[in-house]
Design a protein around this ligand. Sequence first.
Ligand code: ATR
Length: 280
Amino acid sequence: MAEATKKAFVTGHPIKHSRSPKIHGHWLARYGIDGSYQAIDVAPQDFAEFLKTLQASGYLGGNVTIPHKEAAFALIERRDEAAQQIGAVNTLWLEGGQLWGGNTDSHGFAANLDDHAPGWASIGPAVVLGAGGASRAVIHALKQRGIRDIRIVNRTLARAVELRDRFGAGVSAHGMAATGELLADAGLLINTTALGMQGNEGLAADPALLPDHAIVTDIVYVPLETPLLAAASARKLKTVDGLGMLLNQAVPGFERWFGVRPQVTPELRALVEADLAPKP
Ligand code: ATR
């Protein structure tokens, strides 16, 4: 079979559990594009060399995932505004002979809430649990959407303070002990920590402490219904799971490489959802 004319990739280490090939493969077929999207395992020590050979290998660009997001940020020639703010890159493309890096996690987060909880950005203060890389993408989205009271809560206070200083006005930093008080008048609760992920069954905060109109979302999507979302549903709060963030973060990259802005449909969601069940 002849090689596809438009080539993109996802690289990480390990990479075999990535759902991105499923997402992009679905869209390539759906839109009838002569393209490919391949998973490539690159060890950290080989990542810089991998980037140098992209153009010669015929790639238009690709996605970057754990553990290469910060290295990609440091190594690329040009960055978009989101990548600059977040300090990490998840999408690469060649433009005018230069290697560009962007961050679409922030877009994915906001688009997921737009799809499932319209009006989310005007519902009041946001409490963000966690202060890692994922938290930075979420805070960027919250600021972009004009949320003026963003409360970061983290086990290690110093990391929350670092993010407060990074994002500036409207962002405050807190230790876990303050959670109850911070939730009492919050409109939005977002978990960005690994708590609630399969094998890490803790509850990052108690949704019972939120007001009735609050929305609760988790960026963890395995399991789809995390303990936090289950507790929020039991309390009859509006919940949004994290799968839509994964699907929506893929949209801008696909459009850049393949020239079509793809749709996040129930069909795509079902396809990826079926793949979330643990493999033997
Ligand atoms: P990511 O890039 O996915 O956000 P990370 O940078 O490792 O990953 O950040 C993980 C986040 O989950 C951090 O906020 C971490 O808290 P610390 O900064 O105190 O380490 C949080 N986290 C992980 N496990 C946790 C646990 N058991 N309890 C509370 N917070 C936890």
